[in-house]
Design a protein around this ligand. Structure first.
Ligand code: MG
Length: 280
């Protein structure tokens, strides 16, 4: 895969049934690199071969394979708590197995990083779920290391210091962070620009996403996602801070709305915005 430039603008995108078409759709937005998301029910049998051929034919660079799991929902805080990542005990084992498959799939297409939402990490290190998830994250990090990969946790569902302590506690050199500034705002877990100071040494990739703080008058509500540059993140400050600490990965635009045409328009606008900011 072609080598990416420092702060190359890219996208977070999801695998469709036809890898070539999925990559052409991303290139139509004006990018040639990205993070490939794999839904929980995406068939992985023979998938690495097809994706390997597609990235070569399309001259596209996949920097991360992102795992999602069947049964996850981001509707509101309690639903996220109940359904996302490794926190729900009932699905922990099957999701662990699936993550090994994702890591092997990523190796098959030559991708050196996997990432996922671990879910709401409990704040108390003596909590049973905390211990179980910490041990599971160690096993996945070790599996990823055997595949020559970093393993990145996405930010947002806990404050920066809780995530930082968790990562220290897991204590694996390839355990890293995929930093999403909008999540920190939408989950109300802290100012993302300040969080960068706490987490910067472990950040291997970022999502460029924007959003509003939660509406405090609605219990358990999440903040609303916004087109890039129209939320509370402050993209200029975010990019300036990334440059300041020497971040060199891609700027992966993420837009999570269902309206496909609107999404395309918003992402094209985001590409233009980031192309301008990265050169400043
Ligand atoms: Mg994200």
């Amino acid at each position: 895969m072609p080598v990416v430039e420092d702060l190359q603008v890219g996208v977070m995108f999801w695998a469709g049934p036809d890898p070539h078409q999925t990559l052409r759709d991303q290139k139509a937005l004006g990018v040639r690199a990205g993070q490939l998301g794999i839904e929980g029910d995406y068939p992985l049998d023979g998938a690495a071969e097809k994706w390997k051929r597609a990235v070569a034919d399309e001259q596209f660079t996949v920097v991360t394979v992102f795992a999602a799991y069947t049964g996850e929902s981001y509707a509101d805080m309690p639903t996220v708590q109940r359904t996302v990542g490794f926190i729900p005990p009932a699905t922990r084992q099957e999701r662990e197995r699936r993550t090994y498959e994702i890591s092997d799939f990523a190796r098959g297409i030559g991708v050196g990083s996997i990432a996922l939402h671990v879910g709401f990490v409990p704040h108390d290190p003596k909590n049973d779920d905390y211990i179980a998830v910490r041990n599971l994250v160690r096993r996945i990090a070790d599996h990823a290391a055997e595949n020559g990969q970093t393993f990145a946790l996405e930010t947002g569902q806990e404050p920066a210091d809780v995530l930082d302590k968790f990562i220290r506690d897991v204590d694996r050199p390839n355990l890293k962070i995929n930093f999403d500034p909008a999540n920190m705002i939408m989950y109300g877990t802290g100012d993302p620009i300040q969080a960068l100071d706490v987490l910067s040494r472990n950040i291997v990739s970022v999502h460029c996403k924007d959003g509003e703080w939660p509406d405090k008058s609605v219990p358990n509500a999440l903040g609303v996602e916004k087109p890039l540059g129209q939320g509370a993140v402050g993209m200029d400050k975010f990019i300036a801070k990334l440059k300041q600490f020497g971040y060199k990965g891609i700027l992966g635009i993420e837009r999570e709305i269902l309206d496909k045409e609107q999404k395309k328009r918003d992402m094209k606008m985001a590409v233009e915005l980031l192309e301008r900011l990265r050169k400043q």
